[in-house]
Design a protein. Structure first.
Length: 155
């Protein structure tokens, strides 16, 4: 008789780069054994991103953390939605509901594979995950993937 064993949970983290030095940012990734950074930012080329600019991050990740860089625009908000939230036209609750509706319409749970999140870390700018779409995205996926993801937030 063959016994089927449950697959181990997919360890995935989130991180924001604001309020962190480059040293603390890359140390957090190394200590968490992150192998891939999944960039879910809408604006990842701004000078305000400093060491986390899309142009520079792959080099830093490879050389400092032995990690890969992948853009994941499917999990980024739409520009108009983010603009309305930043202009305080939407509360966090309304923004999050609209964002969850957006990724549901994109059917990200069907187009993405849980294994790509293994030893990965979702990157955004917000320091803490409480009011950030990276947390909302993982919770949404986890609900649709029967709790496969074990989520931690690197702060």
């Amino acid at each position: 008789m063959v016994t089927k064993t449950a697959s181990p949970p997919v360890q995935v983290a989130t991180i924001g780069f604001t309020n962190k030095t480059a040293e603390s940012f890359f140390d957090l990734l190394k200590r968490a054994h992150v192998r891939t950074v999944l960039d879910v930012r809408l604006n990842n080329t701004s000078q305000l991103a400093g060491f986390a600019k899309k142009q520079d991050l792959p080099f830093f990740l490879e050389n400092l953390c032995n990690a890969a860089y992948v853009e994941l625009p499917e999990l980024a908000p739409e520009p108009s939605l983010l603009k309305r939230y930043r202009a305080k036209e939407l509360t966090w609750k309304d923004y999050e509901a609209a964002y969850l509706d957006l990724i549901a319409r994109r059917r990200v749970e069907s187009s993405l594979d849980a294994d790509m999140f293994r030893s990965a870390c979702l990157l955004c700018s917000e320091h803490l995950p409480h009011h950030c779409h990276r947390r909302s995205a993982l919770e949404y996926l986890n609900a649709h993937w029967n709790g496969k993801l074990q989520i931690s937030h690197l702060t």
